[in-house]
Design a protein around this ligand. Sequence first.
Ligand code: 5GP
Length: 195
Amino acid sequence: MELLKQRIREEGHVLGDKVLKVDSFLNHQIDPVLMMEIGDEFARRFAEAGVTKILTIESSGIAAALTTALKLNVKMVFARKKKSALMNEEAYVTKVHSFTKNETNEVTVLKKFLGAGEKVLIIDDFLANGEAAAGLAYLVEQAGSEVVGIGIVIEKAFQDGGRRLREKGFKVESLARIAAFSDGKVQFVEESVKA
Ligand code: 5GP
């Protein structure tokens, strides 16, 4: 997605050799116009998947998941990382190790919002080692539903998550794929131009 790559080039900051900071449009401040474009693009890529529900994880996946849900006309639910006193109902739970925070969270979705027989599209902001997406896929499995796709805004293709998820058979679509960070600059994976 050229517009997204342009924003990453212009506004992204590389931290160390593995982390990209894009807090001016995705991870802190959110650009709603760009998010609508992202939702349109995910909806286009998963148009044939028969999606009935979108699942993401708080907080940075929510904006892209919401615009995609709006476009596909389905509900969106986000998994919570912290237990809330309000969540005193039956829930699906799994553990997810956070790449950026280096901590493990119990990730929870109330059963009433993730039923059986759904065709679930998982959306997240970044893909690194694939822990978050795999954890969400496990929640879907617990619910007796099917993951019909995984949509990622920014995939760091030099980390292992994309390969692991694709090897498991998931259809993973990433809107920008990063091959490497070199000298503080982002290098994208060259995509073959589709007719
Ligand atoms: P994974 O679970 O695939 O290892 O990492 C994905 C999760 O970690 C995403 O939900 C995202 O919040 C966070 N993350 C991973 N890498 C980056 C990064 O380079 N920049 C930002 N801002 N978040 C990242």
